[in-house]
Design a protein around this ligand. Structure first.
Ligand code: MG
Length: 164
């Protein structure tokens, strides 16, 4: 059994994971429109991953006997200057998600809610990966700078990302 307060906090996170999915889909759409098909593929995988996160939290809430309440999503940004700008925004967003997950963990500690702490540890590790993969893309793009050739090669590389 988890507290109503904890359940509400997890429910909020479910909606945030769906917003993150929505944001990545908007990035995928913008990348496609600008001809960066590799980046579009990368962002589409991320869109799918975020939905899986939302469903993983949902399953936990349901296993604990709570109802999942979906909320309206804000419209995401639709245009980015380029793919570097896009990955930088993705990193900023992942940092926000990390902070929210840390807040959930803090609440779980305060409530001596060991089951939720255990569930959240997977997400804490996952956020390290999420931030690292955005950081990798950003530093590679910063290396090639304004080179259209370099950006093209990196976009192709992002297109090789596998589902994890
Ligand atoms: Mg997520």
């Amino acid at each position: 059994m988890i507290s109503t307060k904890m359940a509400q906090a997890i429910n909020e996170q479910i909606n945030r994971e769906f917003f993150a999915a929505f944001l990545y889909l908007a990035m995928a759409n913008d990348a496609t429109e600008k001809g960066f098909n590799g980046t579009a593929h990368w962002m589409t995988l991320q869109f799918q991953e975020e939905q899986e996160h939302a469903l993983k939290f949902s399953k936990y809430l349901q296993d604990q006997g709570h109802k999942v309440v979906l909320d309206a999503l804000d419209a995401p940004q639709t245009d980015w200057k380029g793919i570097l700008d896009m990955f930088e925004d993705a990193l900023l967003h992942e940092k926000k998600v990390t902070a929210w997950i840390n807040d959930l963990y803090t609440l779980a500690i305060e409530e001596k809610d060991y089951a939720t702490q255990s569930m959240l540890r997977w997400f804490i590790d996952e956020q390290v990966e999420e931030e690292a993969s955005c950081n990798d893309a950003i530093s590679a793009l910063q290396h090639v700078g304004d080179s259209a050739n370099g950006t093209y090669m990196l976009d192709r590389q992002f297109g090789k990302r596998q589902e994890d």
